[in-house]
Design a protein around this ligand. Sequence first.
Ligand SMILES: Nc1nc2c(ncn2[C@@H]2O[C@H](COP(=O)(O)OP(=O)(O)OP(=O)(O)O)[C@@H](O)[C@H]2O)c(=O)[nH]1
Ligand SMILES: [Mg+2]
Length: 225
Amino acid sequence: MDTKPDRNIIQVRQSVTRANDRTADKLRKDFHDRGIWVLNLVSSPGAGKTSLIERTLEAFKSSCSILVIEGDPHTRLDSDRINAMGVRGIQINTRGGCHLDARMIGQVLEKTDLDTTDMIIIENVGNLLCPAAWDLGQNHTVVVASLTEGEDKPLKYPEAFIRSQALVVNKIDLKPYLPKSSENLSGNALQVNPSLTVFNVSCTTGTGLADWFQWVCTCSGQTRE
Ligand SMILES: Nc1nc2c(ncn2[C@@H]2O[C@H](COP(=O)(O)OP(=O)(O)OP(=O)(O)O)[C@@H](O)[C@H]2O)c(=O)[nH]1
Ligand SMILES: [Mg+2]
């Protein structure tokens, strides 16, 4: 069997991501000119991205104007959760697509008033493989990983961890019910990306979130009430 990579497929992939990078760079310049900080959250399905956004909105929504863009293959469930908090949440359905791309973000923003916006939080499609490779014009990418996923995930899916600036280890309230080896998750993540800033949190109990909020303040230039 021929196991050589198909050069034509690699060339098409490179030109598609290059076109995406150009669109993302334009978005990033626009965000910069408007003074908007943009966060891209990636994780496997169910790690707690929307829960982390909800806790972050509770902390920041009275002191700054936040827009949340939700990416899911189907349903409006996550944007409904955001709108229920009185915050603008826009849903993108990828119809089975495994990641958001810069064109999708640009299309949403063309129809959105950004004049008073301070912060945009993008929740990418739940998937540890593709989303990290698609630049959305963000300032920071954060990978959320829950303790229940297994400590081997950073080793098996390194891209999401390599391309992120911070790791939020979520669901630490479940530690008593998990094998001791689950605690190796952040060590494995630091092995693939030693520069990650790590937060150990529970979005359910609120443990560890103060440090996360402080990081958001520092990166965004925003303050909390
Ligand atoms: N025990 C525990 N459960 C949590 C925690 N954070 C989130 N959950 C639960 O985990 C499940 C998934 O949380 P979501 O926030 O919807 O996860 P998500 O990453 O947004 O999921 P997708 O958008 O489907 O990829 C929900 O049932 C949450 O209540 C936590 O810190 N501890
Ligand atoms: Mg979600």
